[in-house]
Write a protein of this length. Structure first.
Length: 102
């Protein structure tokens, strides 16, 4: 009986099995840490995604809770709704002055 016990003690595959178990525990702990990360973008209620920033076909998608709002750029500069509110002048030293319209 003594010889059978010694064979199991010297078996190199037993240490490999123990290493695999250890790595599985470490991977499980890392997955729990990643899932509970407060910086996880999927766990936030409000997320803003910008596709093709600065391009003519730029799209912005805003997720606010369960509501999705999508905005698409028309490609034209200055197009949209609004009214002129004043004029801005840049001085020679780089300062900018805003003059509101009455």
């Amino acid at each position: 009986m003594r010889f059978l016990d010694e064979d199991e003690a010297n078996d190199p595959m037993l240490s490999v099995v123990n290493l695999i178990d250890l790595f599985l525990v470490i991977i499980g702990m890392l997955m729990v840490v990643i899932a509970q990360n407060p910086l996880n973008p999927f766990s936030q209620d409000k997320v803003v995604v910008v596709e093709n920033p600065g391009e003519a076909d730029m799209r912005i998608t805003i997720k606010n809770g369960q509501e999705l709002t999508r905005y698409e750029a028309s490609g034209e500069v200055g197009e949209g709704q609004g009214a002129r509110a004043g004029v801005t002048y840049r001085l020679e030293d780089g300062r900018m002055i805003y003059v509101p319209e009455d």
